[in-house]
Design a binder for this molecule. Structure first.
Ligand SMILES: *Cc1c(COP(=O)(O)O)cnc(C)c1O
Length: 338
């Protein structure tokens, strides 16, 4: 099937593809895989996910490589993380193999929507899991629905990496240490939207969130993890309320492989000025180099001369090369979809 899409002008928006893939857990068991072209969910108005936010999601990408093959990046990691999210929110966790099969099926059935290699675009895959129990009280139940759909999306950076400006703001905490910050719950986004909008209105890309106890340690950079480069060391914050980014995990592996030291530890805001380079990392951009950080409370400004700096650029290129099949997949991260 020929798909009529202007590959070079894609943004990050929902575009209808052929089908989406579903599983549902009702009457004590998971259904068989359902393949449907229905974009809608028929849902009772008293379903738990709507009222109590019992919902979690994932995000990953498939890339058409230099050799024309389509590769999924670290899908097993997303399967594990969605399972952890479901468990923490008292949903029925989806077995990892079912998750992987659903994602592969989704890519296969929508293979014409994987953008051509030259476009730099990719296929974004969005798995979502939610409680489909119908009740009024807050009682978790086993009834759970899982859907995976996809949409072709444009490259995050059009015409080279661009530095972002971020704002340290203590006005809202993204997540608390014993809360849900370490899982991909939609509620974490909902509870940090307001400060995010404030940052955008002041001309910043997003907020640098600090820990909710002391407001002294760096947590996340918007909806991305943070890292700093100090000489030959890759430093990234450690905290129970940070979402374990698969991109960050991959960058740490690449950094170690390049002979760098990797430190995962609490990172105080005061350390920002000691870094040579800084960046936000996640599936969307891999790395967003940070050019400037403004602390809205102390009015302190930290600037990074090189954004992207040479180390960030090397890490970025290495990861991209693996995703697009230009470098050997020495860590076994890719799943080829045929
Ligand atoms: C998804 C997400 C990230 C990035 O994770 P990746 O697996 O690298 O895409 C970082 N922080 C938050 C809060 C997220 O939800």
């Amino acid at each position: 099937m020929a798909v009529n899409i202007d590959w070079n002008n894609l943004g990050f928006d929902y575009l209808k593809t052929n089908v989406n893939i579903r599983y549902s857990f009702h009457n004590g068991q998971w259904s068989d895989m359902v393949v449907t072209d229905d974009e809608y969910i028929h849902m009772h108005m008293s379903t738990m996910c709507l009222h109590y936010g019992i919902e979690a999601f994932e995000g990953l990408k498939a890339f058409r490589g230099v050799d024309g093959k389509v590769r999924l990046f670290r899908v097993d990691e997303n399967a594990k993380r969605l399972k952890a999210s479901a468990e923490k929110l008292c949903m029925t966790p989806l077995p990892e193999d079912m998750f992987i099969n659903a994602v592969i099926e989704c890519v296969k059935r929508n293979i014409d929507f994987v953008p051509p290699y030259e476009s730099g675009a990719s296929l974004y895959i969005r798995p979502v899991i939610f409680s489909s129990k119908v009740t009024l009280g807050v009682h978790p139940g086993p009834d759970t629905d899982f859907i995976v759909f996809c949409s072709p999306v444009g490259p995050y950076f059009k015409g080279g990496m661009q530095a972002i400006k971020v704002m340290v703001d203590r006005f809202q905490d993204r997540a608390a240490p014993r809360g849900t910050g370490d899982i991909k719950a939609g509620g974490n986004y909902a509870s940090s939207l307001l400060s995010g909008e404030k940052a955008v209105s002041m001309g910043y890309s997003n907020v640098m969130y600090l820990d909710a106890v002391e407001r002294n340690y760096i947590e996340e950079c918007g909806a991305a993890n943070f890292f700093g480069i100090k000489g030959n060391t890759y430093v990234t914050p450690k905290s129970p309320s940070i979402l374990p980014s698969i991109t960050n995990k991959s960058l740490r592996a690449i950094a170690e492989d390049m002979g760098m030291t990797v430190e995962q530890r609490p990172v105080p805001v005061s350390e920002l000025k000691e870094f040579d380079e800084a960046g936000a990392c996640g599936t969307a951009a891999v790395i967003s180099p940070i050019g400037m950080i403004f602390d809205v409370d102390t009015k302190e400004v930290v600037e990074y001369k090189a954004a992207p700096g040479p180390v960030s650029l090397a890490l970025y290129n290495k990861l991209r090369d693996i995703q697009y099949g230009r470098a050997e997949d020495k860590f076994g991260w890719n799943t080829v979809v045929e």
